[in-house]
Design a protein around this ligand. Structure first.
Ligand code: ZN
Length: 373
């Protein structure tokens, strides 16, 4: 356990954890930028690397649809195909299937859904998801789970999803083992803890995943519409329950406030589209200290250590300072001014979102580095 200077007043389960994924050393806590369709939107691999990123994510659902795992495999696997040449993680596709696709049928065998691009029916199962992820060539892959919207689902559907997730975890592990025997350097497999905001279910799910032969523990189904307090309460509840030997990954979380909180609740890995999506819409994060005393600024969202600002605002029109004075990101170090970035964002030039994406990603990596010590 480690306390940071900045967060000295909060009890902390944060830790300096490192692990190996197919020969790559990963130093946690770590934030993983999301390359949904084999690209961190708007940024080249060198720019992503300049932010301090260690791992990049790819989405199995999107990559299965375009360009297809066979095309990625022919290009040498995701890391080669994208010219990233570093560790990569793929999700199982489950979350996108359940949230984006038109689902035709869910059964113990798997999920049948409609390809939104051409109307074709596609089948995904634990075996199929693990096969695709092995073919994509990621270094860390995820078990396939039955994701349910707890706020909308009835008790019987929730219970069904819970039981099926356990069944699918066992089948994901079996398929992973089968394929690993054929591979010289098999990836790590993580299991996913579900259970929404129900503490009993969450704990049961965590116990099941931790009792399984997986290399890491992922917390899924949070940051999906519940309040920040509800998410934080669940993370605090789970914090003392993790085993010490495996990495813990909180899926889909990437607001600075939640990153700090998650790290202090013992989480090692995070991913989120927020830093790059926000940037494309003109929103960036700077530290409270760089923000100065301007606490009367009603247009900024001010948190304990972080301020979220819309850089398209009129008041930056002639502002010749960099996004965050003192920041060591490529954008700030090279002197791009708020005035120029605001102009680019206002006229819809892609460079505006790109410059701000670099800053936002670096901002999250700086938080991780603070805790790594
Ligand atoms: Zn910066």
């Amino acid at each position: 356990m480690k306390k940071t200077l900045q967060n000295h007043h909060r009890a902390s389960f944060s830790r300096n954890f490192s692990f190996k994924a197919r020969g790559f050393d990963i130093q946690a806590p770590v934030f993983m930028p999301v390359g949904t369709r084999a690209s961190v939107k708007g940024l080249g691999p060198d720019q992503v690397r300049s932010t301090g990123a260690q791992i990049v994510l790819g989405n199995t659902y999107h990559l299965h649809l375009h360009p297809g795992e066979d095309v990625v495999a022919a290009g040498g696997g995701l890391a080669e195909f994208t010219n990233w040449h570093g560790p990569m993680l793929t999700d199982s596709g489950g979350f996108q299937v359940f949230s984006l696709a038109g689902i035709n049928k869910i059964a113990d065998e798997g999920v049948w859904f409609t390809n939104p691009a051409n109307g074709d029916e596609i089948f995904l199962s634990p075996e199929k998801s693990i096969q695709i992820q092995h073919q994509l060539g990621a270094d860390i892959i995820m078990a396939f789970d039955d994701v349910v919207d707890l706020s909308a689902a009835g008790r019987s559907r929730t219970q069904e999803a819970f039981e099926r997730t356990q069944l699918w975890l066992d089948r994901s592990i079996a398929e992973h083992r089968r394929l690993s025997k054929l591979s010289q350097a098999p990836p790590l497999l993580f299991g996913i803890v579900q259970g929404g905001l129900d503490k009993k279910l969450r704990l049961k799910s965590l116990e099941q995943v931790q009792a399984s032969a997986v290399d890491g523990i992922a917390i899924g189904g949070l940051s999906v519409g519940e309040t920040r307090d509800e998410m934080h309460e669940m993370l605090s509840f789970l914090a003392p329950c993790y085993d010490q030997s495996r990495p813990r990954y909180l899926m889909g979380v990437g607001h600075p406030v939640d990153l700090r909180f998650g790290i202090e609740q013992g989480i090692d890995m995070f991913d989120c589209v927020l830093p790059t999506r926000n940037a494309r819409h003109g929103t960036g994060w700077i530290s409270r200290s760089a923000f100065g005393d301007d606490s009367t600024d009603a247009k900024a969202a001010i948190f304990e250590y972080d301020v979220q600002i819309n850089f398209k605002a009129e008041r930056f029109k002639l502002d010749q300072s960099v996004i965050e004075p003192g920041c060591d990101c490529w954008t700030c170090m090279n002197g791009y001014t708020r005035s120029y970035i605001r102009h680019l964002l206002k006229v819809g030039e892609a460079l505006g979102g790109q410059l701000l994406s670099i800053h936002n990603l670096r901002y999250l990596q700086r938080i991780c580095e603070e805790y790594r010590g």
